[in-house]
Design a protein around this ligand. Structure first.
Ligand SMILES: *Cc1c(COP(=O)(O)O)cnc(C)c1O
Length: 395
């Protein structure tokens, strides 16, 4: 398949075929897993010329054809010049921040950010003399008032993956660009399929590929997709830091990507079904779910997203801890675990109070984050129904 012709096709087709090159490999559909450290050069001229570029094969740490096939596929799907694979989602975030920030710089960070990202800013970035201020995720174009002469990066995450505020990225990006700031977005929730970050003004889109791209809860992987020249700057920082992703995991990520469009459709459908069912339950006082018309972020979600994934949260009506513990401890399908984006349903209790600094998070009751997997929704509802019965018994 000609790669330019492929780019004219629909996203699901691109996800299925981009980066694939069977002719190079005896007609076999998938690329092999190259385990490599040493790469041999036949001549001095070749050794001297093969030095840079997004798909250079020079030394194992700089990637192999398996890595590059995965990177090409994600970049084709999301846009951007090229993509850089990192060993985890957090690795993609930290490598990208280190690429663009130096001592004396200022970073604007959404208050709804993934907590380990916040810890990185408070820890390493602070010790390097890089200052972070947190902003209200709903700030929109008023971000302009917070941009200082030394502000270099505006970091976004929409929706927040715990509290689900929708950010107006085009409005934020417009102001950021007026003042020469780089807009980095954690696009894990949107995925390269449902949030076209570069059309919304994002410069660098980072993903925990660990979630929906890998999709099977069995590999850690990060990817940063970027406009030029940012893409090569991130790649050089990854090389500098000695970051590289394992070849078997790159293979799993590429394999996951091939079925992502089909999986996401079911996650979206199942999630809406369960969220709408929960909306009418007396045990639930509030949902945090931008795909629901009742959510305050719904209009932005509808404007900017092409779909939703399986992740949302809810607030239970106030109840003592023993009650929700009894609910969660005995779930049959909704097992407790961090991460999400695999095929299975998950639940975790959370309290975002302690991790907010710019805005208040003050729910009345305990909060749960749910990931709706690919199970049958009737079985999922039965599991939740039994959970609510335990909640009541222990109230
Ligand atoms: C999980 C997650 C990450 C980190 O990804 P890892 O692969 O676990 O390091 C970053 N951002 C968001 C929104 C996530 O959910």
């Amino acid at each position: 398949m000609d790669s330019k012709r492929l780019l004219d096709m629909q996203a699901a087709t691109i996800a299925t075929h981009a980066g694939s090159d069977p002719e190079r490999n005896y007609g076999i559909v998938n690329p092999p897993v190259y385990h490599a450290s040493t790469v041999l050069f036949p001549t001095v001229a070749d050794l001297e010329n093969r030095t840079s570029g997004p798909d250079v094969i020079r030394y194992g740490r700089m990637g192999t054809p398996t890595t590059h096939a995965f990177e090409k596929a994600v970049a084709a799907l999301e846009g951007g010049e090229s993509a850089v694979t990192l060993s985890s989602g957090l690795g993609a975030i930290t490598t990208t921040l280190l690429t663009f920030l130096k001592s004396g710089d200022h970073l604007l960070m959404t208050d709804s950010v993934y907590d380990p990202t916040r810890k990185f800013c408070e820890g390493l970035l602070t010790s390097m003399g890089i200052e972070t201020s947190y902003y209200d995720p709903l700030i929109g174009s008023e971000i302009a008032n917070l941009i200082r002469p030394n502000t270099r990066v505006v970091f976004c995450e929409t929706p927040g993956s715990l509290t689900f505020e929708m950010q107006d990225i085009p409005a934020i990006a417009e102001e950021a660009h007026k003042k020469n700031c780089i807009v980095i977005m954690d696009n894990t929730w949107g995925t390269p399929l449902y949030y076209k970050s570069f059309e919304k003004g994002v410069d660098v889109s980072v993903h925990a590929a660990t979630k929906y791209i890998v999709g099977h809860s069995d590999a850690m992987m990060g990817i940063a997709v970027a406009k030029a020249p940012y893409d090569m700057q991130i790649r050089h920082m990854a090389w500098n830091l000695g970051q590289c992703a394992a070849p078997d995991d790159c293979y799993l990520a590429l394999r996951g990507l091939r079925s992502m469009a089909a999986r996401l459709k079911v996650h979206h459908e199942n999630m809406l079904h369960i969220a709408q069912w929960l909306e009418n339950r007396e045990e639930v006082s509030r949902l945090f779910c931008p795909a629901l018309p009742s959510d305050p972020g719904h209009a932005l979600w509808k404007r900017d997203f092409l779909g939703a994934c399986g992740l949302f949260a809810l607030e239970l009506a106030p109840v003592r801890k023993e009650a929700w513990v009894a609910m969660l401890d005995h779930m049959e399908l909704f097992k407790m675990g961090y991460s999400w984006g695999g095929y299975e349903s998950l639940v975790i209790p959370f309290d975002a109070k302690a991790i907010r600094t710019a805005t208040k998070w003050a729910p009345q009751g305990p909060c749960l984050r749910l990931h709706i997997g690919l199970e049958d929704v009737e079985d999922l509802k039965a599991d939740l129904e039994a959970g609510f019965a335990r909640l009541k018994e222990n109230a």
